[in-house]
Design a protein around this ligand. Structure first.
Ligand code: RIB
Ligand code: CA
Length: 314
């Protein structure tokens, strides 16, 4: 399966990218980077640090949009730290960025590859994806599927009471993507808040090699925020759920429903209005995931991350 991951690294983005790199089922055509958790100048550097940590300086990385389509950028240093990858200091990257813009790479890839053969995996704000669809409407019909981490229904928001961060940062972009007609799988907080790390799993990571130790250090840092906010033991690994769905969709369950994006209200800007009970009569446009088999998910994650440190072929 050919994929493009659109990302705003972020510790959880990093684990998602590592999972993809450890999975031979996936052919990562490239990473497209967007402003989100931290500004673009940092997310594009973080993406390169992650690929070099995984021993994959060959992965093409494309810098994209540095702010939302119409609004000012909202970042999340309070969650991810100043660098966006706080928890462990990785060396400055030596691999270059590609010269093409991320939006051009998305357009060119979808026009080059066979129709329906490319899956887009956005795990940050949807600015790059929406720009590509606006600039080249012909590519929408060529998208195999979009599997995005974002939104929330019963869980409420995490950046406002109503909105999840990725959608809230660029609700206008989200509205374009959700209305595009491309086959869409949504991995919302309703399921990622069930994908909580455990101390045992983190220590398993720490016992691996450099990659596992980075994952443990990132998770240690990342979970302090959620523990303080939710009182939960463990951190929700949001973005890896999107890649795990590609690998083992049977670990997840949800419904094909209508999901609209709030782009007007001051109070609920970026809310995903998910019609789980089918009360609106609006046409379904997204497979909205609500459940995950948490233990099997973390077993998959552990086996695959271990591969990057030369442990087994699980
Ligand atoms: O709300 C969680 C999402 O926002 C994740 O993608 C995380 O990396 C941040 O971008
Ligand atoms: Ca992210």
């Amino acid at each position: 399966m050919k994929i493009i991951i659109d990302t705003d690294p972020g510790q959880d983005d990093a684990v998602a990218i590592l999972l993809a790199l450890a999975s031979p089922e996936l052919e990562l055509l490239g990473l497209t980077v967007v402003a989100g958790n931290v500004p673009l100048s940092l997310t594009q550097q973080n993406a390169r640090k992650i690929c070099e940590l995984a021993g994959r300086p060959d992965i093409p990385i494309f810098s994209g949009c540095d702010k939302p389509l119409q609004r000012e950028l909202v970042t999340a240093e309070h969650v991810h730290g100043r660098t966006g990858l706080d928890g462990i200091a990785l060396p400055d990257p030596s691999m270059p960025l590609q010269s093409a813009h991320a939006v051009d790479f998305i357009i060119d890839s979808l026009r080059r590859e066979a129709p329906g053969s490319v899956t887009l995996v956005p795990i940050g704000p949807l600015t790059n994806i929406a720009q590509a669809f606006r600039r080249a409407p012909d590519i929408v019909a060529r998208v195999g599927r979009i599997v995005l981490m974002g939104g929330a229904c019963f869980e409420g928001g995490n950046i406002t009471p109503a909105a999840e961060f990725n959608i809230h940062v660029d609700p206008d972009a989200a509205r374009i993507v959700f209305a595009s007609g491309a086959p869409l799988t949504v991995i919302p907080l309703d399921v990622t808040h069930k994908a909580l790390t455990s101390r045992e799993w983190i220590e398993t990571m720490r016992g691996l090699g450099p990659v596992g130790q980075a994952v443990a250090s990132w998770t240690d840092f990342f979970e302090r925020y959620d523990r303080a906010k939710y009182g939960s033991e463990g951190a929700p690994l949001h973005d890896p759920c999107a890649v795990a769905w590609l690998l083992e969709p049977a670990l997840f369950s949800g419904r094909f429903i209508n999901v609209e994006i709030e782009t007007e209200s001051r109070l609920t800007l970026g809310m995903t209005v998910a019609d789980w009970w089918g009360v609106t009569g609006r046409a379904p446009n997204a497979t909205f995931i609500r459940e995950v088999e948490r233990d099997r998910l973390f077993d998959l994650l552990a086996r695959r991350i271990a591969r990057l440190d030369g442990h087994g072929s699980g």
